[in-house]
Design a protein around this ligand. Structure first.
Ligand code: S3P
Length: 185
């Protein structure tokens, strides 16, 4: 971990945004990064949960995916309009709807795409798939892996517009945080 002085000098006035597929580590890394930089941490899914008083799964059930995307877009705009110094993790689908990604990259240069391998994502997501409305219908690991591969292929176009790309192998969360801090320049 870097010294307090170095970390303070990396502190940005603009949000640092983490994006990527479900299970890529946005929350784990976001929490740690915010702690190291002494910035507030915001998770867009948690923010939605708080303002609507319902879980993401229940928002999907009540409003359908399109309805959820509209709520997600409004929440993103609310958070970015003031563009305060913070670490913000987006939902896996946030960058891929409407003009969200354009809005994100216009708001801050500090956008990080976190990209582990498909097999790592599959391994992480299989045990939690029942709480995740986008993948809860997939009944085997093979089907999940195939779904993730196709889904990422479609979404990459948006994810790759981030200014920084982290292709994750076997680094620890702290090592990834240190990489992000370095890239903040
Ligand atoms: C989604 C990802 C989830 C959540 C919702 C939809 C997606 O967020 O927003 O279930 O479309 O990839 P996380 O990536 O934070 O799990």
């Amino acid at each position: 971990m870097m010294s307090e002085k170095v970390l303070q000098s990396k502190k940005s006035d603009l949000p640092i945004i983490l994006l990527g597929y479900m299970g890529c580590g946005k929350s784990t890394i976001g929490h740690l990064l915010a702690k190291d930089l002494a910035l507030p941490y915001i998770d867009l899914d948690d923010y939605l949960r708080k303002i609507h008083g319902r879980s993401v799964t229940n928002l999907f059930i009540e409003y359908g995916e399109i309805g959820f995307r509209k709520l997600e877009k409004t929440a993103l705009e609310d958070l970015l309009v003031s563009a305060q110094a913070s670490v913000l993790s987006l939902g896996g689908g946030t960058p891929c709807y409407g003009d969200n990604m354009q809005y994100v990259i216009q708001s801050t240069p500090h956008t990080f795409y976190l990209s582990p391998s498909i097999s790592t994502l599959c391994h992480r997501l299989y045990s939690e798939k029942d709480h995740r409305p986008m993948i809860s219908h997939l009944t085997s690991k093979d089907k999940l892996q195939e779904f993730i591969a196709k889904h990422i292929f479609e979404r990459k176009l948006y994810y790759q517009q981030a200014n920084h790309h982290l292709y994750i192998q076997d680094e620890t969360p702290q090592e990834l945080v240190d990489k992000i801090v370095k890239e903040l320049g």
